[in-house]
Ligand binder design. Structure first.
Ligand code: ADP
Length: 560
């Protein structure tokens, strides 16, 4: 840049100087020529004034110092010449241009070659009366005189030109340095800024406007440097966090290219960091994942699903980053969770099975003992064993049902009449209903499609709770309502109700509001959990409204 600028400015200045030099030479030459012409005219005129018939020609022609003087007769013969020439030998001058011009009374200077001297001269002649006749008085200056003046002037001009060129050269170099200094200073500052090494230094270049710019650049640089440091720190922190979270994470831009990827994701997909800016297809060929990312990239639609990659199960979350067109994908390895859950379920099921057999035997032996024992004291213990073993059996039965529900994925639906199922459950609960003198009414009916055993479990658990957590002379009402595309079952009681804090937790396994009360009531803490699993299995909606001391309403919406 510096060299180019220097070259072009020097070129322009040199061309300017050469032009100026050429013009000067041209003007000076023609000035000198004009001066020479004026001199010959003036000399000829002065001599013409002094000339008389009696003039001594040999001394007359010597009057012009540097000028050649020639006196020519009217017939063209040369009478006298200031140059040491033999006039008798000289040619007739009558046809010389200057003589002809004088003859026409229109004298004018002429530049032409002297035949006798063989060099260019400026000639001027005047016709002067001489007694009865006339003569021509001619003045001439050799052009070489003009050229001699010129070469003198030229030398001065060349020296002048050289001096000017040198001054210009130094001036241009200083000027370019001066102009480029702030630019290279700003360039240096920008480099420092980009490399995080910016430090403000009050540099001035002696030009107010540029000094102001440098000062403002310094202020701006400090702010930018601070912001860049903050951003760099944030980025480092973010990179550190991203690389140290166990979940795989990558971000795709609007054209489906990978914009960001963390170490865990590189490991999951077995790729290297140069996957950045490459299309998603280079990362993975799992159709479900590619489809979900494309849906999110084009339509902003999020997704949550599981995929298996290299034998591991991943829970995949696909989301549009708020306020951007970027799609974020998080892959959480849930293989261990799933295996643990499976192990827990297996243990749950096995333990329940193992407990059920000896328990059934204990119940059988206890019944035998009851038959053979009439002693009131021993019967008290036998009744107590009966109560506890039955409770234990219902707990194990519930555990087995729950375990079966969590492992079941396929169902064999059949038409089930809801009101009939509710009445069957009511029959089973009749002792408790009568003991508490509870009013129980069923309204409406509908047929739904499900396994009858599942519907019975669902209805029985809801109705059992409505009776169990009710007061003496309370009321239970079961409503079956048909809606547009669904059937709704409502189990309403005016019992003890559930506080808002407990309402979210009562669907958890073994969760009981008052732990001491349920066993007494025959509860296991698994009833609502079974209901929830049945609803999840069929995709039905389960909801609960309750108020302490007022009652509870549980609804199930069976959607087809
Ligand atoms: P349990 O076998 O102990 O009844 P559930 O899972 O069926 O277990 O219910 C969990 C807890 O929710 C119960 O212990 C009880 O405190 C509360 N609950 C369930 N249904 C009702 C209801 N209709 N009214 C009041 N409390 C209820």
């Amino acid at each position: 840049m510096k060299k180019k600028l220097f070259f072009y400015i020097t070129l322009i200045v040199c061309l300017g100087l050469l032009g100026f030099f050429g013009m000067s030479v041209f003007i000076t030459y023609f000035d000198n020529l004009k001066i020479a012409k004026d001199t010959v005219i003036e000399t000829a005129e002065i001599l013409a004034n002094f000339y008389t018939e009696d003039t001594d020609l040999s001394s007359f022609v010597k009057a012009g110092t540097e000028t050649r003087i020639t006196v020519i007769a009217r017939d063209g013969r040369v009478l006298a010449d200031s140059y040491p020439l033999d006039v008798s030998e000289m040619e007739n001058h009558l046809h010389r241009s200057e003589i002809q011009a004088a003859l026409r009374s229109a004298p004018s200077p002429y530049v032409r070659r002297s035949e006798s001297l063989r060099i260019d001269h400026i000639y001027y002649a005047l016709k002067v009366d001489s007694g009865e006749s006339y003569v021509f008085i001619r003045a001439a200056i050799p052009v070489v005189n003009v050229d001699a003046y010129m070469s003198q002037s030229l030398t001065i001009l060349v020296i002048f030109l050289f001096v000017i060129a040198m001054i210009c050269f130094i001036f241009i170099r200083n000027m370019i340095n001066k102009i480029l200094e702030p630019i290279s200073l700003i360039g240096k500052k920008m480099w420092m800024l980009l490399n995080g090494k910016y430090k403000a230094e009050s540099v001035t270049v002696g030009c107010d406007e540029i000094d102001i710019i440098l000062k403002e650049f310094d202020d701006l640089g400090i702010i930018l440097q601070d912001n860049m440091n903050i951003l760099r720190d944030e980025k480092n922190k973010l990179d550190y966090i991203l690389d140290n979270i166990g979940d795989g994470l990558f971000v795709a831009d609007e054209s489906g290219e990978i914009a960001l990827i963390n170490s865990a994701a590189l490991d999951i997909f077995s790729v290297t960091p140069d996957i950045i800016h490459k299309n998603l297809n280079y990362l993975v060929n799992e159709k479900m994942l590619i489809g979900a990312v494309e849906d999110c990239v084009t339509g902003g639609k999020g997704a949550l699903f599981e995929i298996v990659l290299n034998g591991s199960i991943f829970l995949v979350t696909v989301k549009r980053l708020p306020g951007t067109r970027l799609t974020m994908v998080v892959l959480s390895n849930v293989t261990e969770n799933r295996e643990n859950a499976k192990r827990r379920e297996d243990f749950f099921a096995n333990a329940s099975h193992e407990l059920k057999t000896p328990l059934t035997a204990i119940i059988g032996f206890n019944e035998l003992a009851a038959l053979n024992n009439k002693d009131e004291n021993i019967r008290k213990y036998i009744d107590s064993i009966k109560r506890e073993t039955e409770r234990m059996l219902s707990l194990i039965t519930d555990m087995l049902k729950l375990s079966e529900l969590t492992t079941t994925h396929d169902v064999n639906p059949e038409p089930v009449q809801l009101a009939k199922t509710v009445n069957e459950a009511r029959e089973a609960l009749l002792p408790a209903i009568e003991r508490k003198s509870i009013t129980f009414d069923v309204t409406g009916d509908a047929v739904i499609s499900a396994e009858s055993g599942h519907i019975y479990e669902l209805v029985k658990n809801l109705v059992e709770n409505a009776v169990r957590y009710n007061e003496e002379k309370g009321g239970v009402s079961v409503k079956i309502e048909k809606e547009k595309n669904a059937v709704q079952l409502l189990v309403v009681d005016n019992g003890i109700g559930i506080s808002p804090e407990e309402q979210n937790r009562i669907f958890e396994r073994f969760y009981r509001v008052e732990k001491s009360r349920s066993p007494r009531n025959g509860g296991t803490g698994l009833g609502l959990s079974i209901v929830k699993h049945i609803c999840t299995l069929y995709g039905w909606k389960l909801s609960l409204k309750s108020k302490l001391g007022v009652g509870t309403e549980v609804s199930v919406t069976f959607s087809s």
